[in-house]
Design a protein around this ligand. Structure first.
Ligand code: PGA
Length: 260
């Protein structure tokens, strides 16, 4: 794992966006794994800016999102399909048929999950997977106790995650309990992983992920086994790391071309 500590969310997001833009330039048919939530918002903003400046072309890119709420139609303002449309897809030149998000209204969940896995395989696998992290250490919606070998499937959210995500819903609106999420095993097959975490409320989960034991109680900790995972943090999210000075010095001593 490479731990990159940046002064703030903005510089961390620019770094992640630069990495994605470089991948898309070098590999126009790249397959991106995308995330929703607060963490990737500035990354998407920067990708939109780069696209407008003619520095990021998504005409041949394919995307797979991590997860979706079961029971929410794509038009629902809190659905992840809607989130992606609003924050990224409608601002760039990606063909809508190239964007994949688990189907929240499916009648046959196991079949939809099988097809999602199959679509990822058919696309040639995910080149780069963007991740946030839950305050409980989840990645995608793989809550604590998720099998570290799991595939795309239905999951039940913890109370904590439902609470954390309430801010994306109208006051009084029910936050769905059930979701479809890529599995931890699915995520681990991505060729590269970039996990973003910002703010003090992520510090404990980040420390457990980076410096704790590998355990299904902290699903993100499996990233210790990934050969090409970058953990990009602001100072607050790095606040509980014991070896923060070491990570800073490693990154500072890299030549610029190796920093993204
Ligand atoms: P957040 O969520 O980016 O909204 O903090 C991250 C997650 O739950 O994975």
């Amino acid at each position: 794992m490479e731990i990159i500590i940046q002064p703030d969310r903005e510089s961390a997001s620019l770094l992640a966006a630069a990495k994605i833009a470089r991948l898309v330039r070098e590999k126009p048919h790249a397959v991106l794994g995308l995330a929703t939530g607060g963490s990737p918002l500035d990354v998407y903003g920067e990708l939109v800016r780069l696209h407008r400046e003619g520095r990021a072309d998504f005409a041949y890119v394919t995307t797979f999102n991590l997860d979706e709420y079961l029971g929410l139609p794509g038009a629902h303002p809190a659905s992840y399909r809607h989130f992606m449309q609003e924050h990224l897809f409608r601002h760039i030149n990606i063909p809508s048929g190239n964007t994949h998000i688990p189907e929240g209204l499916t009648e046959d969940v196991p079949e939809a999950c099988k097809q999602y896995e199959e679509a990822i395989r058919q696309a040639g696998g995910i080149d780069l997977q963007l991740l946030g992290i839950g305050t409980d250490g989840h990645i995608g919606f793989n809550e604590p106790s998720s099998s570290l070998a799991s595939r795309t499937r239905i999951k039940s959210l913890t109370e904590q995650t439902q609470q954390d995500n309430r801010r994306f819903f109208q006051p009084g609106e029910h936050v769905p309990r059930h979701v479809i999420t890529m599995g931890v095993g699915t995520i681990m097959e991505a060729r590269e992983i970039v996990l973003l975490a910002f703010g003090a409320n992520k510090a404990e989960a980040v420390a457990a992920t980076v410096e704790g034991p590998i355990t299904a109680s902290v699903p993100a900790s499996i990233l210790q086994m990934h050969p090409a995972a970058k953990i990009i943090l602001d100072e607050e999210a790095a606040g509980e790391l014991k070896r923060a000075d070491y990570y800073r010095s490693v990154f500072a001593s890299k030549p610029a071309w190796q920093q993204i």
